[in-house]
Design a protein around this ligand. Structure first.
Ligand code: GTP
Ligand code: SPV
Ligand code: MN
Length: 589
């Protein structure tokens, strides 16, 4: 039975059902009774496994196909009328051609299956900043994950009323055929179509597809921004909470930074970090003329490997109930989960992420896939911010960019001003990770951590950033760049990272409130070494100086790389960014 009288919604569902031909259509109302029946069904069919309910109440394990464990960037498309509007960093096909191609793949793809209709909201239902979507899917796993990651159910349809203003999302896992896998966005139609995958970012359409690719295009039209950013609040010993948003590429530390636990000295002094979001920020100009950031999601789809009691206790705590684990190792002795970096005691009697028997004490194979994930409700997080459900979000004092750079980028630096900060973001580079299919550890340009997620021409996107800066003027957040990943000659990380990153955030926040000094370099303002508190670390002052050093020769090389990257954008490159690059080249000599 349908849960709405909305004609636009009903007509579209009719059309999609006629094409995919499901045996039945089930509307997700958001009730616990319905969700629980779906969990039981998924367990009965083997789609999910029920874990130890004493140790992990409400938790399940799921394994995806071995060929389907990460986002697929080379099969992700932005289909707008003009190719130029997708830009040189996106795959493009003409909308008509793509719709026709997809029709072939979707026709009959849900035969013998149920089509679930998931009404969901990005942001607090009913708030002026929320946006609604409907995802049609033939996967219970998708329904249950969407229910954790977004606000789902009847309340969303009630808030939508008879408005046609929602994002249409069609997902069919079809045969999970990698050769016919497509993740397609039609920003001009607010439509997403995903086929032949059943993995995370490819199929939880509220996340990267809507909240970044479609929303970035909406934000450009409507004067706001959708960014691949965590949002956190830092409470200082005086009790003030100051907020920042940070863009790091996939698997480069957003979840970890967002849930940071301060080092002992800071804890004792009364510092606390509040998590508002760990992956996506929607940023608008507030009534006070400042930039405000809200997290449109409702849960975390976090990287499991490396998460442990020491590195990120808050993330681990978030996964102790009502969580779905994907592609981790299954410990058969106590029916729990394990992943590399959880502890030093891998299970002996286990099933690995591929579904094979696995003895962690002897096997050289990994138990969990490097991109294995947990889907956990945000409210599970011990440090979730009291502002998490505040519809308009929190006011930003700082925006931070960062990536994985073994060399070149110092631990932290500040841009000279907003426009220079946009340049810094546009020139970001980072080593690729397991979050996307393809080679790992290759340095590539990843502007604002949005390379795989920008729903329009990246040149226009940079111009939008410059324009937003003009709108907020001197109320703009200060812009910084960080790098937790500098390595020594043996390839070891030099900076301890994780909780100790607060030492860097402290300097960043002080800079925003004129409470700390800096040294001017060719690339921006760098802290005076004495201004980063090393008390309680093993880091020596010399090592810190090394971490903060700017090697002009490496930067000259980098500037060449930026120029080459920029050349792809032709006249879409904002003149201002070309000027910023020339100014950098001049400062480097
Ligand atoms: P997505 O969910 O893919 O967008 O990733 P993310 O940016 O949230 O990355 P996440 O915080 O999950 O971190 C990914 C990996 O980076 C994990 O293996 C972490 O252990 C590692 N990591 C995070 N922070 C640090 C740090 O400060 N130093 C070091 N050396 N590693 C870190
Ligand atoms: C990322 O890859 O940046 C993620 C995971 O956050 S996914 O949802 O798969 O995109
Ligand atoms: Mn992400």
């Amino acid at each position: 039975m349908s849960l709405t009288k909305n004609k636009a919604v009903l007509n579209w569902i009719d059309e999609m059902a006629a094409m995919t031909q499901p045996d039945q259509i089930v509307w997700i109302d958001g009730s616990e009774a319905q969700l629980d029946a779906l969990r039981k069904e998924a367990v009965a069919t083997g789609e999910m496994e029920l874990l130890n309910q004493e140790k992990l109440p409400g938790c399940y394990l799921h394994r995806t196909a071995v060929n389907d464990v990460a986002r697929v960037e080379d099969r992700t498309f932005i289909c707008c009328k003009n190719k130029e509007d997708a830009g040189p960093t996106n795959n493009w096909m003409a909308p008509d051609e793509m719709y026709a191609k997809l029709k072939g793949l979707y026709t009959g793809s849900m035969k013998g299956r149920t089509m679930y209709v998931i009404p969901y909201s990005m942001g607090v239902v009913g708030s002026p900043f929320a946006k609604y979507g409907i995802e049609l899917t033939d996967s219970i796993y998708v329904v249950l994950n969407m229910n954790i990651m977004t606000r789902v159910g009847q309340k969303v349809l009630d808030a939508l009323g008879d408005s046609p203003d929602y994002v249409k999302g069609l997902h069919s896992k079809a045969n999970v055929d990698p050769e016919n896998r497509y993740i397609v966005h039609f920003p001009e139609d607010n439509t997403i179509m995903s086929v032949n995958s059943a993995y995370g970012g490819n199929v939880l359409l509220g996340k990267k597809c809507f909240a970044l690719r479609i929303a970035s295009a909406q934000g450009r039209r409507e004067g706001w921004m959708a960014e691949h950013m965590l949002i956190l609040g830092i409470q200082n010993p005086q009790g003030e909470v100051r907020y920042l948003a940070a863009a790091f590429p996939s698997a480069c530390g957003k979840t970890n930074l967002a849930m940071l636990i301060p080092p002992k000295k800071y804890l004792d002094a009364g510092w606390k970090v509040w998590c508002v979001g760990d992956d996506i920020a929607w940023i608008r100009v507030g009534e006070d003329g400042r930039l405000w950031a809200m997290n449109p999601e409702y849960g975390f789809f976090g990287v499991a490997p490396g998460t442990n009691e020491k590195s990120n206790p808050n993330a681990l705590a978030s996964t102790r109930k009502n969580t779905i684990f994907t592609n981790v190792a299954h410990n058969l002795d106590d029916n729990t989960v394990w992943w590399e970096g959880l502890d030093k005691n891998p299970p002996k009697n286990a099933i690995d992420w591929k579904g094979n028997p696995w003895d962690g004490t002897t096997s050289t194979e990994k138990g969990a896939h490097p991109n294995s994930r947990f889907t956990a409700p945000a409210i599970n997080c011990p440090c979730i911010s009291p502002e998490f459900e505040s519809p308009k979000g929190v006011p930003l004092s700082a925006i931070v960019f960062g990536g994985r750079r073994a060399k070149t980028a110092p631990l932290v630096y500040q841009s000279f001003d907003w426009d220079h900060g946009v340049f810094v973001g546009s020139a970001m580079a980072s080593e690729t990770t397991a979050a996307a299919a393809g080679a790992v550890g290759v340095v590539r340009r990843d502007p604002m951590a949005m390379l795989p997620f920008c729903g329009y021409n990246m040149g226009d996107y940079w111009q939008h950033w410059l324009d937003m800066g003009k709108t907020v003027g001197d109320k703009a957040p200060k812009i910084f760049n960080v790098n937790w990943f500098r390595t020594d000659d043996e390839g070891h990380f030099i900076w301890p990272g994780f909780g100790d990153n607060l030492r860097v955030l402290e300097w960043i926040m002080k800079r925003c409130f004129n409470e700390a000094e800096a040294e001017e370099t060719a690339i921006g303002y760098v802290p005076k070494a004495a201004d980063i508190d090393l008390d309680g670390t093993d880091v020596s002052l010399d090592t810190l100086k090394e971490l903060l050093s700017v090697d002009k020769e490496l930067w000259k090389e980098d500037a060449k790389g930026i120029r080459e990257f920029y050349s792809k954008f032709g006249d879409k490159l904002p003149a201002k960014l070309d000027e910023e690059l020339k100014a950098l080249e001049q400062r480097l000599g």
